[in-house]
Design a protein around this ligand. Sequence first.
Ligand code: SF4
Ligand code: SF4
Length: 142
Amino acid sequence: MSRKQTDYCRDCDKACCKYFTVPLDKPEDDTDVDAMVWYLLHEGVSIFIDDEGDWFVNITARCRELRPDGLCGVYRTRPQICRDHTDEVCEKNDDGYDFKEHFFTVRQLKAYARKHLVKPPKKTAQRSTKSAGKAGGKGKTA
Ligand code: SF4
Ligand code: SF4
């Protein structure tokens, strides 16, 4: 929320308080794409490329301080990122929210990767021997 809660934000559904984004490195190989696939397997997660070509992961998550009445519970001491969020780059009027691409599914990301990012792995003449098991388990890397 940017301005006083009683004017500009009053009639808004508070979209800006219900998600956050984290910058990502542009994927450069199959391993990078695979890590992004893992992100997209989670509910409420999407990945987008902004109008400057920067990559972000978008996580839908309601701020704990967004009160049921739509007001900010810590308005006077809210973080700087909330203070910097102005109506010029606001979800309500959409300005400043142009995406080059927005991936909601693994299929969408893989299709883009095939076309723009990485070449598919070369087929080998012979099957290699299967390893005993996975090298690592599921775990957050970011
Ligand atoms: S999206 Fe814009 S209008 Fe809505 S609460 Fe956030 S800053 Fe206010
Ligand atoms: S601290 Fe307040 S303004 Fe910032 S995201 Fe949470 S509810 Fe919104």
